[in-house]
Design a protein around this ligand. Sequence first.
Ligand code: GDP
Ligand code: MN
Length: 377
Amino acid sequence: MVKLAEWRGKELFRKYGVPLPRGSVARSAAEAESLAREGLVPLPCVVKAQVLAGGRGKGGAVRFALTPEGARAAAEAILGLDFKGEKVRELLLEEKLTIARELYLSLTLDRSARVPILIASARGGVEIESVDDVDIERIPVHPFPGIAAYEKRRIARTLGLTAAPAQALDRLLDALWKLFQHEDAELVEINPLAVVGDGLVAVDAKVIIEDDAAFRHPEYSEIRDDRTPLEEIAREKDIAFVQLDGNIGVIANGAGLTMATLDVLQEFGGRPGVFLDLGGTDDPRKVTEAFLLMALAKPKAVFLNIFGGVTRCDTVAKGLVEAMKRVPASHRFPLVARIRGNNEKEGIEILRGAGIIAIPTLRESAQAVIAAAGGKA
Ligand code: GDP
Ligand code: MN
């Protein structure tokens, strides 16, 4: 999931013609002050932390300033803050608008209905989750024609807009729809969308780009999200690898078996600490890379749960033994393997021959790995 910071979302808004406050990004208090002093950001202004978490307004990460010195002071107060676990490194400074009303507008995917959905509310400026359902309008959008004229009128009525602001809404919905489609967004949210005079202005911007379309957007490749350093490496190597907070490593093949293995460990009182899905691979190079990653996560013990279907168990076992040998001695972990499927007897022999504990039944193997990790949580 590529979540864009507000200023990046607003760059997209600009590209598609969504009206915005005038503003600029700053990365230091001195820079914030000079933006205001040189008139690049009109005064009075708003100084906003560029973090991905919401609720900045309530959390003191959105401040107002009347003078260049005030902008500096606001920037000093916000930069370096730990906001819901994120360190503030960037600020967005914008002219302060006189807002008549705060509205809510978003486009996202309704996964159960399998269509884009337009969501609108006249109660903007607060998290949409806290708005009463009766105050929220949801309109499924046909992906080919886009938002129809009658749907736009319905939204205008929901938002209490007529005449010039309703026309502004018309243009804004067209722009949002284009952005949503052309940028492969899974969410485009404006909260609040401000009524300013006769017009509408996007005061905030939240844009999430669909992960499966990330390859079409190399411009976002340097954006880190909440992956751990090891998860980052795994991603580059195209290995499905996720760190949790327990002490047992899980290696399985296929997402279904991997998830089921986590559940089984939990059921018997174990705490999964990291899991890795080998998928359909038995390429020894790939398996070795996966093992090395697992070693770096320092699990107390590792549970290897493999089903040999298309790839036979003996082939998988050979690859695993080869991979294990390449893990430096200082990083080896106790390994309990359960391997089932085609040629499982041969597979188990190979594993046992290499000193790996191989147990064919699920219950016994799960209990053995929990014991190897130091017992139940
Ligand atoms: P969030 O709290 O993280 O969603 O940050 P927002 O960008 O939505 O800002 C929070 C709130 O600050 C908004 O709902 C507005 O009430 C207020 N705010 C932000 N910019 C302006 C502005 O230019 N003028 C006024 N009057 N209020 C603003
Ligand atoms: Mn907001």
